[in-house]
Design a protein around this ligand. Structure first.
Ligand code: F6P
Length: 308
């Protein structure tokens, strides 16, 4: 996100536009937490994880009263357009806000989950995948040396986008993602067959999904069904949301940041800047909110083929 903020600020400065950062998203907008930014304020940030502007959820922005306060703050600071970095919730808020008060917003896709329609990749996704993969490689050392079966939970509340490259790149036997809902019986069957074929160590990548405790539950069921398998659980967790961004993420964030500001300058509103097939595209917020980005079934097949 910092790489994107930096690009927004520097593009604005480049074009002679004044720019403010709003602390903690909509929550800071309501409270008037605005900081004037210039080129120097974003120096030494492109390589930093997290966001210098911080992040928060705002219940108050969901109310008309909260949005009125936010609008008043924008007027007081002479703000004429917004760049909002976030996902579904952020863009839903921006759409309502524009409808009520006419403030144009261009969005930047900022979520590690990569589940946003309108862009091939979201900002933070590549870094999260690489972090998770590094952890999986390390876990594999124990799995292999001690003949164990590891159930590894990666992030992705409603989506398997993080889990898939982790499974393919991490050499997993099985990947469990919310989109396909593989049954516990199928997991047991696959592991039993591999065990019979004399495989001695296994990696099962599980996307966290909606159901908390899912990974522990599946591992327990497998232990029950195949007691000779030494099954363990590792939840990689929030380590996936931090750290220095990868080169791809820095590039994407910079492209999007520039596109967001130039989009606003060209009169765009209620759209998200994204990259599809290496080309810059602006997608209406409505599509990013309501259309679902589909996970390709061919990825599932790849995991099956490569774990034979
Ligand atoms: O939406 C991104 C995400 O990282 C999900 O993958 C995860 O479920 C969620 O955020 C975690 O959010 P929180 O830190 O608020 O628990």
């Amino acid at each position: 996100m910092n790489a994107c903020i930096r690009a927004v600020v520097r593009t604005a400065v480049y074009h002679g536009i004044e720019v403010y950062g709003i602390m903690r998203g909509y929550s800071g907008m309501i409270k008037g937490e605005f900081v004037k930014l210039d080129s120097a304020s974003v120096a030494n940030t492109v390589q930093r994880g997290g966001t210098i502007l911080k992040s928060a959820r705002s219940q108050k922005f969901m109310t008309k009263e909260g949005r009125q306060q936010a609008f008043d703050q924008l007027v007081n600071h002479g703000i004429e357009g917004l760049v909002a970095i976030g996902g579904n919730g952020t863009f839903t808020g921006a759409t309502i806000f524009e409808r009520e008060f006419g403030i144009p917003t261009v969005g930047a896709p900022g979520t590690i989950d990569n589940d946003l329609f309108g862009t091939d990749y979201t900002i933070g996704y590549d870094t999260a995948v690489n972090t998770a993969l590094e952890a999986i490689d390390k876990i594999r050392d124990t799995a292999d040396s001690h003949d164990r079966c590891f159930f590894i939970e990666v992030m992705g509340r409603d989506s398997g986008y993080i889990a898939i490259p982790c499974a393919i790149g991490g050499g997993a036997e099985i990947v469990m993602v919310p989109e396909t809902q593989m049954s516990e019986e199928a997991v047991i069957e696959t592991l039993r067959n591999s065990w019979r074929r004399s495989k001695t160590s296994f990696i099962v990548v599980v996307a966290e999904g909606e159901k908390e405790g899912n990974v522990t539950h599946v591992a327990a069921r497998v232990k029950e069904a195949i007691p000779e398998l030494d099954a363990r659980v590792t939840i990689i967790g929030h380590v996936q949301r931090g750290g220095a961004p990868t080169a791809s993420d820095r590039l994407l964030a910079s492209q999007i940041g520039i596109a967001a500001v130039e989009g606003l300058m060209n009169g765009m509103r209620n759209v998200m800047a994204g990259i599809i097939d290496r080309k810059l595209v602006y997608t209406p917020f409505e599509d990013t909110i309501y259309k679902k980005k589909m996970l390709s079934q061919s990825f599932m097949r790849m995991v099956e083929i490569l774990s034979v």
